[in-house]
Design a protein around this ligand. Structure first.
Ligand code: GLN
Length: 486
């Protein structure tokens, strides 16, 4: 059974249900692979906790009370709070923090039977596009360890790509599921804003934050997304009052006649030739499957960058005010009075990018600048959402690149935060509109690095996206390719 780590979520679930393999065996195999923390993907591992969960899953499999994913391992981005593992959000300010409860998403996946392998590295408070902003060091891309895995869910993407976990959770505020999935050659989906509960997901920009699954295939993502979604009205006021769906049920529907909108703004000058070639190849496959490509326009695509980088920091500056050394996390040792304690705690605890966002956010919300920046950004955000609704009059799904280039080398953008911001151009629009979006492997670009195809759907059309992604994955094998030695 040396290949257990290369099996899909679906295959593992089947082997577990038919008792060909036990949850303890599966967990042991993954824990062995995680030894030495390859790629610096994990921030907390506790084999005792994992094995105890696996034993509990085996008991349920034995007595007939097993959930659909009983015994299948999952690892969680360190932005989800967990009772049994430390939670840091990649920040020094939460070093060693233990939550008294599990995030709703964590708890629901456990109820479905999943066994937690540990907590995954990420950019500090999910702010970043390369995982270079983690206080605990960067994550390496398993396809080329000199390159970034993408961010902010870089640990999640690297862990799945390297066979350290069959699936992982991620969070996506402006692309943090889709872009690392693209950079590491895996599949990830961000559902419609509000479909998955944000309870216990450490807040970055609350009007944008969404949880979602990351795995090798659309089918595996569908299997995790079903338990992750669903109303949580008492605990997350923005949770949608709508039940989850069996996303795996509609994966094989025909896409004959599906109208795929191709936004011209996603194929402009800044798009690298290798990415364009891979994305074009995937679009040709869709034509073979009977879909129709329809040219569309999302005219405010470029504006999504300034709009996002006003709204997200504004919300972050408010959300992060809770980290002040009083209730939890790091507290400075020497201080003269309360204000001095706040200042020193935050100066010591936060990294540079987080400080930059807090300052930007406080600035755009301050008297005199609120109208000029924040209010304008909110208005344009609404127009961006309207542009999508106009586009969806002509098409069912929108397709394009996830990012303008393949994963870059460590240090390439260092010292230039704006370079990272600009690279978010294709993922930010769907986030600002609250639409579901996904990334799936579309081929390989320069130096053999993976390229992702982005699919964006209208509100609540996750099933349609997963269906379209699954059919492409039935026709291609990009999602099955693995970095050398995995
Ligand atoms: N790169 C974007 C940012 O830094 C998006 C991050 C995210 O989706 N969490 O804010």
């Amino acid at each position: 059974m040396s290949e257990l780590h290369n099996l899909s979520v679906k295959a593992l679930a089947t082997l577990l249900q038919t008792k060909e393999v036990s949850a303890v065996e599966v967990a042991t195999r993954f824990l062995a692979r995680m030894g030495g923390n390859p790629h610096n993907a994990f921030l907390d591992i506790d084999s005792e906790v994992t094995l105890a969960q696996a034993r509990a899953s085996d008991a349920k499999l034995a007595d007939g009370t097993a959930g659909p994913l009983e015994g299948v391992p999952v690892a969680h981005k360190d932005v989800f709070v967990t009772r049994d593992f430390a939670t840091t959000a990649g920040s020094k300010i939460l070093s060693g923090y233990r939550s008294p409860f599990d995030a709703t998403v964590v708890q629901r996946l456990r109820t479905a039977g999943m066994v937690t392998l540990g907590k995954l590295n990420c950019d500090e408070f999910a702010m970043g596009s390369a995982n270079e902003n983690s206080a605990y060091g960067p994550v390496q891309n398993p396809w080329d360890t000199a390159r970034v895995p993408g961010g902010s869910s870089g640990g999640s993407a690297a862990a799945v790509a390297a066979g350290l976990a069959p699936a992982a959770t991620g969070t996506d505020t402006g692309g943090s599921i889709r872009q690392p999935a693209s950079f590491c050659g895996i599949t990830g989906i961000k559902p419609t804003y509000g479909r998955a509960s944000r309870y216990g997901m450490i807040a970055y920009a609350s009007s944008l934050d969404q949880a979602g699954p990351m795995a090798r295939s659309a089918e595996d993502c569908a299997l995790l997304l079903s338990p992750m979604c669903g109303a949580d009205l008492d605990r997350d006021s923005t949770s949608l009052d709508m039940p989850s769906e069996d996303f795996a049920a509609s994966l094989n529907n025909s896409i004959e006649g599906l109208r795929i909108g191709i936004p011209k703004e996603f194929f402009g000058e800044g798009l690298a030739a290798d990415v364009r070639a891979a994305v074009d190849g995937a679009l040709r496959e869709y034509e073979k499957l009977g879909a129709k490509l329809v040219p569309i326009s999302l005219p405010r695509t470029e504006l999504s960058i300034p709009v996002y980088y006003i709204i997200a920091p504004a919300e972050a500056s408010s959300n992060l005010s809770r980290f002040d050394g009083v209730k939890f996390g790091h507290r400075a040792k020497d201080y003269t009075d309360l204000v001095d304690m706040y200042k020193k705690t935050r100066a010591e605890g936060f990294g540079n990018e987080v400080k930059r966002r807090i300052m930007t956010g406080a600035y755009v919300l301050s008297h005199g600048y609120y109208d000029a920046y924040y209010l304008q950004a909110q208005k344009i955000r609404r127009m961006i959402a309207d542009d999508f609704q106009n586009a969806f009059k002509e098409c069912d799904v929108i397709a394009g690149p996830v990012a303008p280039s393949v994963a870059w080398k460590f240090g390439e953008n260092a010292g230039d935060p704006v370079a990272d911001y600009l690279a978010d151009i294709f993922t930010l629009p769907a986030s600002l509109a609250g639409l579901p979006g996904m990334s799936l492997p579309a081929g390989f670009g320069a130096q053999g690095m993976p390229v992702g195809l982005q699919l964006i759907g209208n509100y609540f059309k996750e099933a349609q996206l997963l269906n379209a992604a699954h059919l492409l994955q039935q026709a291609t094998d990009f999602h099955l390719r693995k970095p050398e030695g995995i």
